[in-house]
Design a protein around this ligand. Structure first.
Ligand code: AMP
Length: 233
């Protein structure tokens, strides 16, 4: 199963993706995390990316497209990818369909997490990530547990773009560039809109129900699809 998860900054894409990855043994392709890794390396490209990311804009489609093809073409991840933060505009959505098609794959479902700007500001100002395990916490709504080895305060880091000013700009970028994906995926009959304002476990429960339905459906149709492909090739 391949799925796309999208929504405004602070909607909980990363948090929910990590739960889904664990339960369904998928590969999380987070373009944001990939870009942050590049920034950390302080390469010439990383420095260029940092200035774009920290101003709340999108980096160029070409930079992220290379990463997408590299992952989709990897046989170990075939039909096992969760696209977290990609696509973020219509050209990227069309590019994703083209690449998946090239490797005989498709998207099974698109999850859209809806959250308003006030919630985003609150979430982003309290967000920290553990630099060891990648878990995401919020000092107000989901604090890191005490007495743990890796998620202790010395390992919790704040993202450079997690300020209220940059988050507001990122929200504007989202509305302008990413919201049009709603209609794109609605027309392809793939879209599920989820209220992302609720507690993490409630959102995850709804996602799990959607995933169970899709899994059941794939279980039924896959043998027929396989037989059809064998006959027609
Ligand atoms: P995220 O971790 O998904 O919130 O992404 C953080 C930042 O990385 C975004 O605000 C963008 O500047 C950049 N970014 C992430 N994914 C993409 C993408 N698919 N296309 C362009 N820029 C991206």
């Amino acid at each position: 199963m391949n799925l796309v998860i999208f929504g405004p900054p602070g909607a909980g894409k990363g948090t929910q993706s990590k739960f889904i990855v664990k339960k369904y043994n998928l590969f999380q392709l987070s373009t944001g995390e990939f870009l942050r890794e590049e920034i950390k390396k302080q390469t010439e490209l990383g420095i260029k990316i940092a200035s774009i990311v920290n101003s709340g804009l999108l980096v160029s489609d070409d930079i992220v497209a290379k990463l997408i093809e590299k992952t989709v073409s990897n046989k170990s991840y075939k039909n096992k990818i969760i696209f977290d933060g990609y696509p973020r505009n219509l050209p990227q959505a069309k590019n994703l369909n083209r690449i998946l098609d090239k490797y005989n794959q498709k998207i099974d479902v698109v999850l859209k997490l809806s959250v308003n700007l006030d919630t985003i500001k609150k979430r982003i100002s309290g967000r920290f990530t553990c630099s060891i395990c990648g878990k995401i916490y919020n000092e107000f709504s989901n604090p890191a547990p005490k007495n743990t080895n890796c998620c202790s305060s010395k390992f919790l880091q704040k993202r450079g773009d997690d300020t209220v000013e940059v988050a507001t700009k990122r929200f504007e970028t989202y509305e302008k560039a990413t919201e049009p994906l709603l209609d794109f995926y609605k027309n392809l009959n793939l879209l599920k809109v989820i209220n992302g304002e609720r507690p993490i476990n409630q959102i995850y429960d709804e996602i799990s129900q959607i995933m169970a339905l899709i899994e059941g459906w794939l279980y039924i149709i896959t043998p027929y699809k396989y037989a059809f492909e064998t006959l027609t090739h």
